[in-house]
Design a protein around this ligand. Structure first.
Ligand SMILES: *[C@@H]1O[C@H](CO)[C@@H](O)[C@H](O)[C@H]1NC(C)=O
Ligand SMILES: *[C@@H]1O[C@H](CO)[C@@H](O)[C@H](O)[C@H]1NC(C)=O
Length: 445
């Protein structure tokens, strides 16, 4: 965040520039000085609130406000914006497309007049034009909306006042925005009547989907768009063109696999995607249909720790890989920011219903739990807006299984980079051969 000092200098510069201009020219000189309640807010212990005010790009509007009149700010304590806040709601507020909601919410905490504790109770319209009620409960405690005032007159300045409150105030309009967005998401997970029907056997649409505008998100949830697993049927070969072929997913997948190979240290992963499974073409098809994916790619050292046991079930390589595919577009920065803001974050994976947990650790992002965890090791190996590849230093397993999968012992020698057939592929082929299944995998011959 902008430090108050820098902000002060900025104001002085602004004022200096303004006063250097001829008298009647725009913009009018600012009336703010370092004694302003605005500067005091940025300098206060209400760091979460000031950070949000900055994120919401509200400083200029507030400067203009305090140059015209006093303001009263109800400042939620930091905890109210950290651990006390529903993570989903917080994420909603921080999404750039919801900037208007964030602005409304913050302006709801501000009143365009000076209200000291002695002026209680009071009815007023906040800066976001929604009414806010200032009252006293029967114990004589001051209340704003539904929040208790915990520090009346905490900060007093000539152009305004800050009162500390115990919780965030959410105006009705923002609650409605949030509900609307949430039910939109819910209806895309559980298709409402009248929406395209998914055949439970094939996971395909019963009727062709109605035409959608180019670039709009796909009609089906990604889980239904997935090819059936290997236990059901072999994945269908990608057709000559999907129902709406907006993106050339196949070449994007080729690109990222090339990038992985050039990057080095991720040959096993590339090999599994291309040669051991049909995942590469599956991913290509999904991307062509408009889905986005984040690949958590275990590096070769991590792959080398996989044991025969872990690969012995039919379809195990697919299941392992599905757990490393997140049906969202995330970059190193977006994931790091979320784990820093929310502590723990859970991402959906294509291995339903398992989610992968992420948290901040040692200035990086750590996935999974305990010994079965992996660090984000090579950030943003590939990012093209639809596919993101993040290198990690471990193979992840869903929690229930993690107790069985902690191959710790075997000393790991750095994988030699000479061209070779993946160890994993050889192992899997020999196992498949043993159960007479290797005809599925042309590359086993
Ligand atoms: C803010 O309130 C104080 C005290 O009531 C008053 O003296 C001052 O003029 C007000 N400032 C503005 C900009 O209205
Ligand atoms: C797939 O297998 C072929 C033949 O063994 C090999 O040349 C190729 O490099 C493999 N592809 C990847 C991405 O590893």
């Amino acid at each position: 965040m902008v430090s108050p000092q820098i902000y002060g200098v900025f104001l002085i510069l602004l004022t200096a520039t303004a006063s250097a201009l001829p008298e009647n020219q725009n913009p009018p000189p600012k009336q703010i000085n370092s004694n302003s309640v605005l500067v005091a807010l940025l300098d206060s212990h209400y760091t979460e609130l000031s950070e949000l005010v900055e994120k919401a790009l509200l400083l200029q509007k507030l400067e203009e406000a305090v140059s015209r009149h006093n303001i009263t700010i109800f400042a939620p304590k930091n905890e109210a914006l950290e651990r006390d806040l529903d993570p989903e709601f917080k994420q909603f507020l921080l999404e750039p497309r919801n900037l208007k909601s964030l602005q409304k919410l913050l302006l709801f905490h501000m009143i365009p007049t000076r209200i000291e504790s002695k002026n209680w109770p009071f009815h007023h319209t906040s800066l976001c034009d929604e009414k806010i009620l200032l009252k006293e409960n029967k114990n004589g405690e001051k209340i704003v909306g539904n929040a208790k005032v915990i520090k009346s007159d905490d900060i007093i300045r000539p152009d305004g006042i800050i009162h500390g409150i115990e919780r965030l105030l959410v105006p009705k309009s923002v609650q409605q925005d949030f509900n609307a967005r949430r039910s939109l998401r819910a209806t895309s997970a559980v298709l409402p009547e009248g929406a395209p029907e998914v055949d439970p056997r094939t996971h395909r649409l019963k009727k062709p989907a109605p035409p959608v505008p180019v670039g709009s998100p796909p009609v089906l949830p990604v889980f239904d768009a997935l090819a059936p697993g290997p236990s059901l049927a072999p994945a269908p070969a990608p057709g000559p063109g999907g129902p709406h072929h907006h993106f050339d997913g196949e070449s994007q997948v080729k690109d990222f696999i090339q990038t992985l190979l050039h990057y080095g240290g991720y040959n096993e992963m590339a090999d599994i995607l291309v040669n051991l499974t049909s995942l590469a073409s599956e991913m290509g098809r999904l991307v062509s249909e408009g889905y986005v994916l984040t690949v958590l790619a275990p590096n070769d050292e991590a792959m080398a720790k996989l044991t025969t046991d872990q690969l012995s079930e039919p379809g195990a390589p697919e299941q392992i890989m599905y757990y490393h595919l997140i049906p969202e577009y995330q970059t190193e920065e977006s994931m790091y920011n979320s784990v820093r803001r929310f502590g723990k974050v859970k991402y959906d994976t294509l291995r339903l219903p398992h989610k992968v947990a992420a948290e901040e650790a040692d200035g990086s992002v750590k996935f999974g739990q305990g010994e079965g965890s992996a660090y984000l090791f090579d950030p943003d190996i590939y990012t093209d807006g639809r596919i993101s590849v993040q290198g990690i230093d471990g193979v992840l397993f869903p929690v229930e299984e993690s107790s069985t999968v902690v191959p710790k012992s075997a000393p790991v020698s750095k994988i030699a980079s000479k061209p070779r057939r993946g160890r994993l592929l050889e192992m899997a082929c020999s196992m498949l051969g043993a159960v007479g299944q290797n005809s599925h995998f042309s590359s086993c011959h």
